[in-house]
Design a protein. Structure first.
Length: 504
RNA sequence: GCGCUCGUAGCUCAACCGGAUAGAGCAACGGCCUUCUAAGCCGUAGGUUGCAGGUUCGAGUCCUGCCGGGCGCGCCA
């Protein structure tokens, strides 16, 4: 930085140096040396594996993946992790739902619990169970529903009812209950994994909540809190005195029936994270979880770790629009738009780009029509088109039997001395700092906006200057700058999870 | 009710941990195709940064109050 600054003072041609740096370094231009920075874990999405991901998860996925990729490009050693909430009541409801649909597949006639999972994907899982295991899990309907309390439509309590169904399933299935449970979990988790992978989001670690109980981490964490005097008993429950660390109220970690709470798992999970030696732990949560930040940080402090090392980024939900019309979504009624449907309709590149083009904590409107449109109105197409345009010119060049001479182009860069050209070159030289700033501030939109500007500058310049001209030196200079722009756009698009097409 | 968060052009958003006349893109209006992709380019117009105070040499940015939107306030996960 210092050196280049000196060069700028001493030599007006120094601004051109960046062009050859870009061409020399290619994909690595703007990147720091790999693993030269802190070791950081980024945990994101972590949606309950009770159904497919929807568009709300999509924003967290795109944001988390991009922040992780940006930090990695900035030299951080990154571990991407998905926390699998595979313990708890919701998962049992899933297992019971699968089982009942399985019985229906075998011909049983029954009334599905009002609190069960209604989605069609449950039937698909049940169907596979029948195909693979025939009637192995079958029990007479009379035995299944004998002496159960009333469901809500019959004037009962839907929660009590579904709990009774779960208990009955466990009684009748015995060891096979775990099998049905796993069939549901594995199927949905597999679907989520595939969905994310197709979205360009891949994890190093899938961390199971149940493993925390099995490994004894939950007990260990509670024992540590106990030994430090942060727990107390009241009404038969064990409470964590989180108010001592700024929380509004104390929190139960173990119920009177001996069951630990989800929060206890969370305490153990964060202890586990810190014990793995990360310099920094980044949690990306939906905005509806903001109330948990205080208590989790309280637990981290109580365990003796520095809560400053935990960074929680909240992501607001996106509201889908189809043109003017708002797309209604309701998870309960099952009328939600899945991430897969969104990808199918809009395409991965536009999805990834649109999601991160706004600050994460900002509410955003996601316009499906705009994301799909193939015009300059659509920023992702606009940027990709700048890239394709350069490729197109090079193809045309070749078709005319000409060659791009890079060395000649570099040597002739000083011919590009208009303000527009210098602006483009200056903008190119800013790329590394934009990348670093976007990474360290966890603000991918900085890079997205930069790419829009660069593409705009390039389109403007391109429109006013013909590339394929007879003057060889000037032609090579223009092509060289074009290729440098193409490289930086490709680098930026890669970090945003979008492709850089050679033709459109 | 309490807490968190957001409020910037008609619309969607920027503004580099307070710094100079608050910037883009859509939409609107006016131009540019015998020429490498018009999937593009140029120009014009558009703002009392929700409101009212305060701190500061300086506030979209920090503080207080109010108004409005979103979210949260389980021995659910």
């Amino acid at each position: 930085m210092q050196a280049r600054f000196m060069q700028l003072l001493l030599n007006p041609n120094a601004i051109y140096v960046v062009v050859s740096e870009i061409l020399d370094q290619g994909r690595n231009f703007g990147r720091a040396a790999p693993n030269s920075g802190p070791r950081v874990q980024v945990e994101f999405v972590s949606a309950n594996p009770t159904g497919p991901l929807h568009v709300g998860h999509g924003r967290g996925a795109a944001y988390g993946a991009t922040v992780a990729d940006l930090l990695e490009a900035a030299g951080y050693e990154i571990e991407r992790e998905y926390y699998v909430n595979d313990a708890g009541r919701q998962m049992n409801i899933l297992a019971a739902s699968v089982w009942l649909r399985y019985l229906e597949e075998l011909g049983a006639e029954l009334t599905f619990p009002s609190n069960g999972y209604q989605g069609h994907y449950i039937r698909d899982i049940a169907h596979r169970l029948v195909v693979d295991h025939q009637n192995r899990f079958e029990h007479p309907v009379t035995a299944v529903f004998a002496d159960l309390p009333a469901d809500e439509p019959q004037g009962g309590d839907k929660d009590q009812y579904i709990d009774a169904v779960i208990e009955r399933a466990q009684q009748l299935l015995g060891d096979d209950y775990e099998f049905v449970f796993s069939a549901g979990l594995d199927s949905i988790l597999g679907d989520i994994r595939e969905d994310l992978s197709e979205f360009g989001v891949d994890y190093q670690v899938w961390f199971s909540e149940r493993s925390l109980t099995r490994s004894g981490d939950v007990d260990t964490a509670l024992n540590i809190l106990e030994s430090k005097g942060h727990l107390y008993e009241q009404d038969g429950n064990i409470w964590f005195r989180s108010t001592a660390f700024g929380d509004d109220k104390d929190r139960v970690v173990k119920r009177a029936n001996g069951q630990t709470t989800y929060f206890a798992s969370d305490i153990a999970y964060h202890m586990n994270k810190f014990d793995r030696g990360f310099d920094q732990v980044i949690n990306i949560w939906g905005a509806d979880h903001h109330g948990y930040i205080t208590r989790v940080k309280a637990a981290i402090s109580a365990l003796g770790y520095d809560p400053e090392r935990l960074i929680v980024k909240l992501v607001q939900f996106a509201i889908l629009y189809r043109g003017e019309e708002r797309v209604q979504m309701s998870t309960r009624s099952g009328s939600f738009v899945t991430l897969r449907e969104l990808r199918d309709e809009v395409g991965k590149d536009a999805c990834r780009f649109f999601y991160v083009t706004r600050k994460s904590e900002q509410h955003m409107d996601f316009d499906l029509e705009l994301a799909k449109s193939e015009s300059k109105d659509n920023p992702i197409y606009y940027i990709q088109y700048a890239h394709a345009r350069v490729c197109s010119v090079l193809r045309k060049l070749e078709a005319e039997g000409l060659r791009w001479d890079q060395a000649s182009g570099i040597a002739s860069l000083a011919l590009l001395d208009s303000e527009a050209e210098k602006d483009i070159i200056t903008k190119l030289s800013r790329y590394p700092e934009v990348l670093t700033s976007a990474a360290l501030n966890h603000e991918p939109h900085q890079l997205a906006n930069y790419l829009k500007e660069l593409a705009s500058d390039y389109h403007t310049w391109y429109n006013g200057h013909k590339m394929l001209i007879d003057e060889v030196d000037l032609r090579n200079a223009r092509l060289t700058l074009s290729v440098a722009v193409r490289q930086v756009i490709a680098n930026g698009l890669e970090l945003l999870g979008a492709s850089a097409p050679e033709q459109m």
